[in-house]
Design a protein around this ligand. Structure first.
Ligand code: C2E
Ligand code: CA
Ligand code: CA
Ligand code: CA
Length: 276
């Protein structure tokens, strides 16, 4: 029994080491990804129902690492978030997304910010100066944050959002419904848009609970005069159910995968997606 115990412990340690080594390597790789030109942004259309007009794009980062190949942001963003590396890549993402706004006829670009970026000293001034440098009107820039970013220090977060909004930036609360304090937050914070998490859209057809949550978020958003965006829309059945429920904005593979900047400009100039 002793031998087995030791064996199990060692296996466990090695697995831990492996995980820590992986994270450290990813972090080091990311620190150099910008200068090595390994990052790029793709853009997923956000459409308004009815005519399926493209009103905006969400910018999503991609990393083609020389060492790891294609690696998902769902893996590397949380690692970057643990250190200041998030600022290195976050600043690149911001500049790149702002340059994209300048290429689009009228749409906004929605940019994801991680909690650590949002809480950074001088975040508001940094975003404002970056937009000015790019010659971009704040109204064409949407700042996407999750509830996690505003939960820890709600008062300071409310102040940050208020100042951003005063300058004209759009604010979206991402993955809405998955955080801790949903109702409390939207009452207190200056927001333009609620993004319903994909898991609820996905569950809508199967579980009464998901459908009920989707409906109440839509009602709440409308009552507060917010734009409500359903994310991860994949099927015609979901589109129909969401239309019935009164969602104004949709995003997902049903309309378009995230696309390169050039393709996004084409879609933006046409305004109406082929599928519509
Ligand atoms: P998110 O902000 O919730 O982004 C939506 C994710 O859902 C994207 O995954 C998108 O490609 C995917 N998606 C969109 N439509 C559909 C659909 O119809 N079906 C399915 N199954 N998926 C869909 P992606 O690009 O892999 O990004 C994953 C997460 O990584 C993002 O989740 C976000 O949290 C983070 N992330 C991505 N880009 C950035 C960035 O530039 N900065 C920061 N801070 N985080 C980012
Ligand atoms: Ca997002
Ligand atoms: Ca989301
Ligand atoms: Ca998400």
């Amino acid at each position: 029994a002793k031998r087995v115990g030791r064996g199990v412990t060692r296996l466990f340690d090695e697995t831990m080491d492996e995980g820590i080594r992986f994270r450290r390597r990813v972090e080091q790789g990311l620190a150099r990804a910008v200068e090595r030109d390994e990052l790029r942004l793709v853009y997923q259309p956000i459409v308004a129902r009815g005519e399926l007009e493209v009103v905006g794009f969400e910018a999503l980062v991609r990393w083609d690492s020389a060492v790891y190949g294609r690696i998902s942001p769902a893996v590397f963003i949380p690692i970057a978030e643990e250190s200041n590396v998030i600022h290195t890549i976050g600043d690149w993402i911001l500049a790149e997304a702002l340059a994209m706004v300048a290429r689009l006829p009228q749409q906004y670009v929605s940019i994801n910010f991680s909690p650590r970026q949002f809480r950074r000293h001088n975040f508001v001034a940094h975003v404002m100066e970056s937009a000015q440098r790019a010659g971009v009107a704040p109204g064409r820039v949407q700042i996407e944050i999750t509830e996690t970013a505003i939960f820890d220090d709600a008062e300071r977060a409310a102040e940050t959002l208020f100042r951003l909004r005063q300058m004209g930036f759009r604010i979206a609360l991402d993955d809405f419904g998955t955080g801790y304090s949903s109702l409390y937050n939207i009452r207190k914070f200056a927001l333009d848009s609620l993004k319903i998490d994909r898991s609820f859209i996905d569950g809508m057809g199967r579980e009464r609970e998901s459908a009920a949550i989707v409906h109440s978020i839509i009602h709440l958003g409308r009552a507060l005069g917010l734009e409500v965006v359903a994310e991860g829309v994949e099927t015609v059945a979901q589109v129909q159910a969401l239309r019935l429920a009164g969602t104004s904005h949709l995003q997902g593979f049903f309309f378009s995968q995230p696309v390169d900047g050039d393709v996004a400009v084409m879609l933006a100039e046409r305004r109406v997606l082929a599928g519509g």
